[in-house]
Design a binder for this molecule. Structure first.
Ligand SMILES: Cc1cc2nc3c(=O)[nH]c(=O)nc-3n(C[C@H](O)[C@H](O)[C@H](O)COP(=O)(O)OP(=O)(O)OC[C@H]3O[C@@H](n4cnc5c(N)ncnc54)[C@H](O)[C@@H]3O)c2cc1C
Length: 351
């Protein structure tokens, strides 16, 4: 039986596991965090669920649509309301709601990962950061820093051996794993260089809660000229099950330049700025003072481009597979999921 390691428990890694679910393969998924989902991320507080990474899944791929309306449909809900636009001056205009369907789950977008994982049923190891890979004669050894596997060396833990490895962390995280790899072959550095070159946008996402409802005719506002300090502002109460009646929870995603310059700053100051912007954009003074807030920082939020052609095939020739939104060249859930599914299918066919 083929033994496969998947690194990363976002939708790409889980999509790969899903494709392999009925194959004669033993699949182990290593996830750095204490939970799966990656950037399909939801938090809970005071009866609210809020998606502070990906806002929703759009119907961007027919296979993904079939999956979420079929085997992954339990708890799926449609976001209610249109997306409007605003410009550098904060001028709001109706329109540009390009996505026919906007899906999340009643308990948040992270449920997408849970549904995939339940259906795929891989062996999941959370809090298991893959530090490095080691090339052997017939496959790969995976070195983690979790301290819970079957042998130790220099503070690291040996897991393996695997016939193939699928790498799905963001491109910079994948490049780190490749930089540490014990793989004495010139192609390793060529692949690492291509992966490390993928450009990313940083986003700070701010959740602002209010004990009253905000009455506006749109679900979200998106900044179309990319000149405003806010990139996106949306209302979680437009997602069935997310916010108790009579309350409002705004998600304000700050623009990439602003986010990069304020990354790591004190959360209260970031939230105060985001709340001030929310109050101006929605023309409601009350919004400057939320009763609570929460901050999510995404250093590598969205890839601005895909990995250079050739790198994926070069890696595959050595039983090393790359998947994720940065492989698809599109920072979207459906693109990441398809990338994972197609990678799993290739593996299932024996590469
Ligand atoms: C603020 C924000 C808003 C967004 N809005 C939308 C939206 O509205 N709609 C949409 O479709 N998409 C949106 N996206 C993009 C979407 O979230 C991503 O495209 C998608 O989640 C990528 O999935 P992935 O599996 O490729 O990567 P990830 O979800 O990043 O998964 C990679 C996983 O690898 C793990 N990992 C990293 N390094 C290691 C390691 N060394 N060892 C083990 N595990 C490791 C990480 O913890 C993570 O769980 C948004 C993203 C952000 C950040």
């Amino acid at each position: 039986m083929q033994s496969i390691a998947i690194v990363g428990g976002g939708v790409a890694g889980l999509g790969a596991a899903y494709s392999l679910r009925d194959r004669a393969a033993h699949v182990t998924l290593f996830e750095r965090d204490d939970d799966i989902g990656g950037r399909a991320a939801t938090r809970h507080r005071d009866g609210c669920a809020y998606d502070y990474g990906a806002n929703y899944l759009k119907d961007g791929d027919s296979r993904v649509t079939e999956l979420v309306k079929g085997p992954l449909s339990d708890g799926l809900v449609e976001v209610d309301g249109p997306v409007w636009t605003f410009d550098a001056a904060g001028e709001v205009s109706p329109g540009r709601d390009a996505d026919e369907h906007k899906w999340t789950y009643e308990d948040g977008i992270a449920t997408l990962a849970v549904r995939l994982c339940d259906a795929a049923d891989p062996a999941v190891r959370t809090e298991a950061t893959v530090e490095s890979l080691e090339r052997t004669n017939d496959g790969w050894v995976v070195w983690t820093s979790d301290g819970s596997a079957d042998g130790e060396r220099a503070g690291r833990v040996r897991n393996g051996a695997f016939d193939a490895v699928v790498l799905t962390p963001t491109a910079p995280n994948t490049a780190d794993v490749l930089a540490a790899a014990e793989w004495d072959h010139p192609v390793c550095e060529r692949i690492r260089e291509a992966v490390a070159a993928v450009p990313y946008r940083t986003i700070i996402s701010v959740a602002l809660h209010y004990p009253f409802s905000v009455d506006v005719p749109h679900y979200a506002l998106v900044n179309t000229d990319r000149e405003h300090e806010v990139g996106w502002l949306s209302r979680e109460e437009c997602k069935p099950g997310h916010v108790p009646g009579g309350e409002s929870l705004l998600v304000v995603q700050m623009a990439p330049d602003w986010s990069a310059s304020r990354y790591g700053d004190e959360g209260d100051a970031i939230a105060a700025d985001a709340a001030e912007h929310a109050s101006e954009l929605l023309d409601d003074d009350r919004l400057a003072e939320p009763d609570w807030h929460d901050i999510g920082e995404w250093r590598y939020a969205l890839p601005d481009d895909g990995v250079a052609e050739g790198a994926v095939e070069r890696a595959r020739n050595h039983d090393l597979y790359l998947a994720g939104d940065w492989v698809a060249g599109d920072g979207r859930l459906h693109a990441a999921l398809v990338s994972g599914i197609e990678t799993g299918e290739l593996l299932g066919q024996g590469g």
